[in-house]
Design a binder for this molecule. Structure first.
Ligand code: AMP
Ligand code: MG
Length: 509
């Protein structure tokens, strides 16, 4: 029997059929008013080589073989009708106008069972939305996207997925730290997969240009295809749909807080309408527990998108989405309830996750103080978030010594504050924390910034073994995997403290 390849999948083009698009195919960067998409062709690459592959994602879409050529943008199979999506967005709080898929090209949608999944190449060449850039992606950012999206999935965090990573055989010029020192880097293409890549900004662009007709079509099409059980026909229907979007968004952000993930660029063009984590750029993972930390150097001045700001920014972004949908409402004031529902839903998810992290049977009044005091203790001296919570999940009694490995400098441990907190926590759980829940809420392994960087350093020399090791290990982030403990259940090494790519990332990808 022949193996199922891309050409044997059931390709459809529901987004192209359901929404208005550009009359021109391809073409140079320009404004495309009234359109939700432009047809484009991926640019052929000189030497596509498959480097990373997700068997699981392949299985989900019904694929049995990897075809590096097609996944590197060389050629199409019957049924693919590639396009770039048009969207806008608020970047760092300011309306930025038309953005769109400047370096992402959707090959098409695949139907399998009752699911439809969109396959998109990131880094496959220019589109009408490429603005001033080249439509390419570099190996380093592609490895970061591949590893992190798969790791997030296994952590239980809603996310877009990654099917493959192909190197292109072509160099791409990037000025990593925007300091006037551009250099060639290897190019790569990730094929990513999601229900859709529709963003808050996909709606905003039509609303901001006063195009109520296109907005209406996009909303109706999105709700009908992606939110079964919902309707966009009435104010009530729209409010209920938006409450669902708000609930999913709040849940995903609560998960980010649980695992210590910082997205880094929560612009509204990077907010998925499905509430998925999307667009892995200068993201990072907390090592020391620091609410003000952001890996994104572009944001180092205001720290708008730092770890501790994410829930609030989620609300700000939901508010922009509500404004975008308001022209479709007879009584837009009813949208206020959606923002309230976002906060309620965030509080609910966050409380439940804190209860799980601390092994509480449920989150009760008074537990808020336990959490607040814990988060201030975690900032007394540099303390590794992942190691702290993992050790807390197995700690016997209230012996502070068991937590030593979480602290960077054992000489600096503030025992009084810690002993007081541990005693309180131990009393609260009656000496019987729900360890099962804790071990499922507090991962042992996450994609620490320096771990991704080690995978990149090796890959840039042609060695993908570190990337593969991390990919495999991060499939089971909650299991002990003692063989990995010494190397990867470990605080940030000193070399990574100020290294570009570990503590500092830019949007240059
Ligand atoms: P991001 O910061 O990755 O969310 O991207 C913001 C906008 O810039 C999106 O419209 C991207 O498509 C576009 N963009 C980012 N990198 C490139 C690139 N190398 N070529 C073309 N467009 C890009
Ligand atoms: Mg983006």
């Amino acid at each position: 029997m022949t193996q199922r390849s891309l050409s044997s999948l059931n390709w459809v083009s529901q987004f192209l059929e359901g929404t208005p698009g550009d009359e021109v195919t391809g073409g140079s960067p320009r404004q495309v008013p009234g359109a939700c998409w432009s047809r484009v062709r991926p640019e052929p690459m000189p030497e596509p080589v498959l480097r990373l592959w997700s068997d699981e994602v392949a299985r989900e879409i019904g694929l049995e073989v990897a075809e590096p050529g097609l996944l590197g943008g060389n050629g199409l199979v019957e049924g693919m009708d590639p396009y770039a999506q048009r969207y806008g967005g608020y970047q760092f709080g300011n309306w930025a106008g038309q953005l769109g898929d400047g370096r992402a090209i959707t090959l098409g949608e695949v139907v399998k069972g009752n699911r439809v999944m969109e396959l998109q190449l990131k880094g496959s060449g220019k589109t009408p939305y490429s603005r001033f850039s080249d439509g390419r992606a570099v190996l380093r950012s592609s490895i970061r996207e591949f590893l992190c999206s798969e790791a997030m999935h296994h952590l239980g965090v809603p996310t877009t997925r990654a099917l493959s990573l192909v190197t292109t055989g072509e160099d791409v010029i990037r000025d990593v730290m925007y300091d006037g020192r551009p250099a060639p880097e290897p190019g790569a293409i990730v094929c990513r997969v999601a229900e859709s890549f529709i963003r808050f900004g996909s709606f905003e662009i039509h609303s901001m240009s006063g195009d109520g007709r296109t907005l209406r079509i996009l909303v109706d099409d999105t709700v009908r295809r992606h939110f079964p059980g919902h309707s966009s026909d009435t104010d009530e229907g729209l409010v209920e749909w938006l409450m669902e979007v708000a609930a999913r968004t709040s849940q995903t952000i609560a998960h980010w807080m649980r695992v210590g993930f910082v997205h880094g660029v929560m612009n509204t063009d990077n907010m998925s309408i499905h509430g998925l984590t999307i667009d892995y750029g200068p993201y990072g993972w907390l090592e020391g527990f620091e609410p003000g930390w952001t890996p994104n150097t572009t944001d180092s001045g205001t720290r708008r998108y730092s770890y501790g700001q994410q829930a609030q920014i989620g609300a700000w972004n939901i508010a922009r989405l509500l404004e975008a949908i308001s022209p479709l409402m007879e009584d837009p004031v009813r949208l206020n309830g959606v923002l309230d529902s976002y906060y309620d839903s965030y509080r609910e998810h966050s409380s439940r996750m804190w209860a799980e992290k601390l092994g509480l049977d449920e989150f009760e009044e008074g537990d808020g103080d336990l959490v607040t005091d814990l988060t201030s203790n975690l900032q007394l001296t540099e303390t590794d978030m992942t190691i702290f919570f993992r050790l807390l999940s197995t700690i016997d009694g209230t012996d502070l010594e068991n937590l030593d490995p979480a602290f960077y400098d054992e000489g600096e441990i503030r025992s009084d504050e810690w002993n007081a907190w541990l005693t309180r926590w131990w009393d609260r759980v009656d000496g019987k924390p729900d360890r099962g829940a804790m071990l499922q809420a507090n991962p042992k392994y996450v994609l620490r910034n320096w771990m991704a960087q080690l995978a990149i350093d090796a890959a840039e020399k042609g060695d993908y073994s570190v990337a593969m090791e991390l990919y495999e290990m991060l499939k089971n982030p909650y299991s002990e995997q003692s063989e990995h403990e010494e190397k990867w259940f470990s605080k940030r090494p000193e070399w990574a403290r100020n290294r570009v790519g570990c503590s500092m990332l830019s949007c240059s990808s």
